[in-house]
Write a protein that binds this ligand. Structure first.
Ligand code: ADP
Ligand code: TYD
Length: 209
């Protein structure tokens, strides 16, 4: 893809936040926004995104397992997702939107469950040493608001049935990652209305185009 003679690389955008923060609600808006500007967009999710990854997702969301098994399976799903979906799409010049990526492993397996961060850093270095999202939209919302939204809509999976303290720790780790990587993580105040958030997302995306 070129613009005024300068090559414009397609971008990898990830959507993060605790369960019920609004990721799924806004991914469609972002996809439509980019498509309207002529981009070819691939939407995907983790854990999952490939046939094997979806099988791993089913295990991860419904089976009890050792904390390290959980972390390893998250990265196994991610390895497959990178090989089958993310890397080929970026190589074609498509934009990739992923509902969660490695920040979620830090938030849930380290923040929420207490796994040593260094172990996740080692897995991250193994699985995607040279790739980071160009933009991470972190939908941030107090736990009580997320919980109220979730209770209104769906049956809860293994993670969503965790106690408040677990999600407070996930949220804190997400915000720590946002402070650590300000060049790629944009914190979106998800207590605002969906329309207000869309205005904010449009501003952020315009800068990326
Ligand atoms: P996530 O994908 O982050 O788990 P969802 O996008 O599924 O969250 O949102 C959870 C619920 O909250 C959905 O019913 C959605 O319609 C609602 N919701 C999301 N964002 C907002 C918002 N800004 N204001 C009010 N309700 C919202
Ligand atoms: P998600 O797709 O957001 O769930 P839903 O479709 O119900 O909105 O994510 C599934 C769960 O997996 C979520 O609770 C967070 C968890 N998760 C991790 O614990 N670690 C990870 O690395 C990823 C990608 C997700």
């Amino acid at each position: 893809m070129t613009q005024g003679g300068t090559a414009v690389r397609s971008k990898f955008i990830t959507f993060e936040g605790i369960d019920g923060a609004g990721k799924s609600t806004h991914i469609g808006f972002v996809a439509d926004f980019l498509a309207a500007r002529g981009k070819t967009v691939v939407c995907s999710r983790e854990p999952g995104g490939t046939p094997l990854g979806e099988k791993l997702r089913d295990l991860l969301l419904h089976e009890k397992m050792h904390l390290e098994t959980e972390a390893l399976l998250m990265f196994a799903s991610r390895r497959e997702h990178l090989a089958q979906v993310i890397e080929p799409a970026l190589a074609r010049g498509d934009w990739v939107l992923s509902d969660r990526f490695t920040d979620a492993s830090f938030a849930y397996q380290s923040g929420g469950r207490g796994l040593d961060r260094a172990k996740l850093e080692a897995l991250e270095h193994w699985v995607h040493p040279d790739l980071q999202p160009d933009l991470t939209l972190l939908f941030d919302v107090p736990l009580a608001v997320a919980r109220e939204r979730l209770d209104a809509t769906r049956t809860l999976d293994k993670f969503e049935r965790e106690q408040a303290d677990f999600f407070e720790k996930c949220r804190a780790e997400y915000l720590r990652r946002a402070a650590q990587f300000p060049e790629r993580v944009v914190v979106v105040d998800s207590t605002r209305t969906i329309a207000e958030i869309q205005v904010r997302l449009a501003e952020v995306l315009e800068k990326l185009l």
